[in-house]
Each structure stands twice: as structure tokens, then as C-alpha cells.
Design a protein around this ligand. Structure first.
Ligand SMILES: *Cc1c(COP(=O)(O)O)cnc(C)c1O
Length: 424
């Protein structure tokens, strides 16, 4: 084993340190496997209930009327996530698009959007109009309010209550920390928050940004009173196989609104050919529980390895997990870049290229991204990124297999070590 790691560029001290760290994680991994087993059965149950068959995998084109594969897949998603309805489409181009669609279709001029969990994900700033942007909700007369989390990460119930007013139509809750240092919200905490806002205003809609959260726990936010749950298919639920797409699951009314916005009023869910990608959506969903488990093992391993070396990590080595993201604070641009170079060098695709920071659309500082992925930008595949600004934190996620995730993490450390940025 040591020899083949050496052939791939991992020196003995790094290999041995990795071995030592991995040996202590059996209990954690068992727990992760148990969740994967539960979620695998959840997915299988939904597929069986809706009689998924070979006909579902046929490509449709043109208008896509009577697309059995598309319609059945949406029923499978709704059942799997215990929701009334679902919109799962290749025409939803990414997670930001899915979130924008859910918001824009369920808000009307004069309505107010509330985030009770602080600043949303960077790309949502332009969707909402926190940073002025063409076509934002702000341009349509939809206002926005935000209540930050308390310094200890708790909900600021008093100010949330004060922020809800007669205009408040939709409350958005981001599960994952995204590019922030706050903890990711567990499904139980989301449930608490939903109950609180619904008590203040029963008819308010709650949307959960579930990006990176699917199948990490055995329960999803859609099972806890959320009206909409939204995510990207090139993250967890696509299982690494979906080449594009996003989903919204939730109340029938909300999904109809979203469908009419995605296609057109009057057309709704009836159009939208699935072209040739639908089989990968099914197969990806089928694999998603175990793929998510692999990514989680990688995250737990990274936390324990880097924590041992004295780097601040969120979540820490022993905390419970509610998404697949692992933040490692590296303290310098050189170290952040070296970390990402290691992830890149361990990839199955583009392992020979060197990632460089760039001004990515939707982000307010240069971002470095390492991804040697089969699907461009897929972050259920092993990837690392981080904004080039203090404290120089790498956000690490994904890994279609645990062994690849492990190699990537060891390689990131190898690059730091080679550059003299870490003492073993
Ligand atoms: C990834 C992500 C998004 C946006 O998804 P894209 O597919 O990158 O557009 C939104 N919210 C959170 C929390 C995310 O992690």
C-alpha cells in the first residue's frame, strides 16, 4: 500500500500520518454507513413505489409532452423527500438557478423575503439584490430583511420575531454554512426554526437551501415543515452521474408556481424534454446515499488530519455532520493555493493542470477552485475552493469514493509539506 501511494506522489511520513488518523475513525465511519443504508432504502422504496421501468430512461425531445421518465422521476423525488410534489429538470442549470426560481416564482412585488440565519450564499446576494444586479428580486420590488445568528451560532429569536411583519411572505433558511465560519444547521435545528416562524405567521412560506445536505442525515428538511427544499444535481442528489440539473420539492402550490416560472404560465410542468440525461438522474439518485457517505468520510478524515496538525477546522474532528463541507483555515494565500493544488493533483481528470485564483461570476473576491471532475464544477466530486481573502479558508467537499477523497486529502498535505508550509 505504501508503495502505490508513493507511486502516486505521497511520501512515507504523509502516508503514515494518514494511516494513524484513519485507524481511529472506525466508529464514525460505521455511523455514516448506517445513515447511507437507511437512505438507500428510502431511495429504493420511492423507485419501487412509482414503478420505475426501462421506458423511463428513453430520451424525449421537442416539447417533451408526456415524458414518462421526467414525470416519474419527479414523483420519485417527491416520495423520497416526503414532499407533495417535485420539479427536477435539466433545464434548471445549477443550484443558484433552482433557488432563484423558487424565490422568484413564489414572491410577488411588495412581498418581503426574510433570512433568519444571516447572510445567504454569495451567489444569492445578486439574486436577492443585496448586491445590485440585473433582474434581482429588488428590481421587482421585493424587499429583503436579514437577522444574523447570535455569536454562539444560536437563532436570534427575539429579532426574528421583530423582523416578521405583514409583508413577510417567504423565509429562506440555508442549511449549509457555504463560505462562512458558522456551523451548518442540523435538520433538527431547522425544524425548530420553522416551527418558530410558523407560530408567528402561519401562512409564511419557508424555503430551505439544502445544497450539500441531501442524505447526510436520515431525515431531510422537507420532512420537517418546509414548504420548499431546493438543491443542485451536481451536488449530493445527482450522485456524481447527473451532468446538470436542479430540484425543488415541496408543497404542490409552490412547485406549480416554480414550474410556471421555469417554462411559462399555462405550460408549467407539461413541457421540458429530458433529452438523454434522465437515466443518469435516476442512477445518480440511486447512488447518492453511498456517494454522500464517501464524501462524508473524506470530510471527517480531513478534519481529523488537519486538526492534528493544529489548523482550525469546521466542523471539528468529533462533531456531528449536517453537510459534506469541510472548512480548513490555512492562514495564508500560499497555503490555500498549495492545498488546492494537492486536491487537483489527485484527480482522475485534469490532474496535470494547476489551479489559479480567478474572478468568478457571482463572487466578490478572487476564488481558487480545484476540481478534476467528470462534470464541470461538480462539487459532489472531490473539489476544494476558497475565496482569496483572510483567513484563507479552504472549503473542501466531495469524493465519489472514499479512497479518492483520502488520496486527495493526503495530496493536499503533501503539497503543503513540500512547500514548507507545515511541520509534521
Ligand atoms: C452550491 C451552493 C449554492 C449554489 O449552487 P450552484 O450550483 O453553485 O449555483 C447555493 N447555496 C449553497 C449553500 C450552496 O452550497
Amino acid at each position: 500500500m505504501k508503495q502505490i501511494y508513493k507511486e502516486l506522489g505521497i511520501d512515507e511520513p504523509i502516508y503514515l500520518l494518514g494511516k494513524e488518523v484513519a485507524q481511529k475513525l472506525d466508529g464514525r465511519f460505521e455511523e455514516i454507513d448506517k445513515t447511507a443504508e437507511f437512505n438507500q432504502l428510502k431511495v429504493l422504496g420511492a423507485m419501487q413505489k412509482h414503478r420505475v421501468s426501462a421506458e423511463c430512461f428513453m430520451a424525449t425531445n421537442g416539447y417533451g409532452y408526456n415524458d414518462l421518465g421526467r414525470d416519474t422521476l419527479e414523483e420519485v423525488y417527491a416520495s423520497c423527500f416526503r414532499a407533495e410534489a417535485a420539479l427536477v429538470r435539466p433545464q434548471i442549470t445549477c443550484g443558484t438557478h433552482a433557488l432563484a426560481l423558487a424565490l422568484m416564482s413564489n414572491l410577488r412585488p411588495g412581498d418581503e423575503l426574510l433570512s433568519p440565519v444571516g447572510k445567504p450564499y454569495d451567489t444569492l446576494e445578486e439574486v436577492i439584490g443585496i448586491r445590485p444586479s440585473r433582474g434581482s428580486l429588488a428590481e421587482y420590488g421585493i424587499t429583503y430583511r436579514q437577522v444574523d445568528l447570535l455569536p454562539d451560532g444560536g437563532f436570534d429569536y427575539e429579532n426574528i420575531k421583530a423582523a416578521v411583519n405583514e409583508k413577510t411572505k417567504l423565509v429562506t433558511i440555508q442549511r449549509s454554512k457555504g463560505y462562512q465560519a458558522r456551523p451548518t444547521l442540523s435538520v433538527a435545528r431547522i425544524e425548530e426554526l420553522i416551527a418558530f416562524v410558523k407560530k408567528i405567521k402561519p401562512d409564511v412560506l419557508v424555503m430551505v437551501d439544502n445544497c450539500y445536505g441531501e442524505f447526510v442525515e436520515s431525515k431531510e428538511p422537507s420532512e420537517t415543515g418546509a414548504d420548499m427544499m431546493v438543491g443542485s444535481l451536481i451536488k449530493n442528489p445527482g450522485g456524481g452521474l447527473a451532468p446538470i440539473g436542479g430540484y425543488i420539492v415541496g408543497k404542490k402550490e409552490c412547485i406549480e408556481n416554480a414550474a410556471c416560472r421555469l417554462t411559462s404560465p399555462g405550460l408549467g410542468k407539461e413541457v421540458g424534454a429530458s433529452l438523454g440525461v434522465i437515466q443518469s438522474f435516476y442512477q445518480g439518485l440511486f447512488l447518492a446515499p453511498t456517494v454522500t457517505a464517501a464524501a462524508l468520510k473524506g470530510a471527517v478524515f480531513a478534519a481529523n488530519l488537519y486538526e492534528k496538525l493544529g489548523f482550525p477546522v469546521i466542523p471539528n474532528g468529533t462533531e456531528s455532520r449536517h453537510d459534506i463541507i469541510q472548512a480548513v483555515t490555512l492562514h495564508s494565500p500560499e497555503a490555500l493555493i498549495a492545498f488546492c493544488k494537492g486536491i487537483q493533483a489527485a484527480a482522475p481528470v485534469d490532474s496535470h493542470v494547476t489551479p489559479e485564483p480567478w474572478d468568478m461570476p457571482g463572487y466578490d473576491s478572487p476564488v481558487i477552485m480545484a476540481a478534476g471532475a467528470f462534470v464541470q464544477g461538480s462539487s459532489i466530486e472531490l473539489s476544494a475552493d476558497g475565496p482569496l481573502k483572510p483567513p484563507y479558508t479552504a472549503f473542501f467537499q466531495g469524493g465519489l469514493t472514499w479512497y479518492h477523497a483520502k488520496l486527495g486529502i493526503l495530496m493536499s498535505l503533501q503539497k503543503l509539506w513540500e512547500a514548507g508550509l507545515v511541520q509534521l
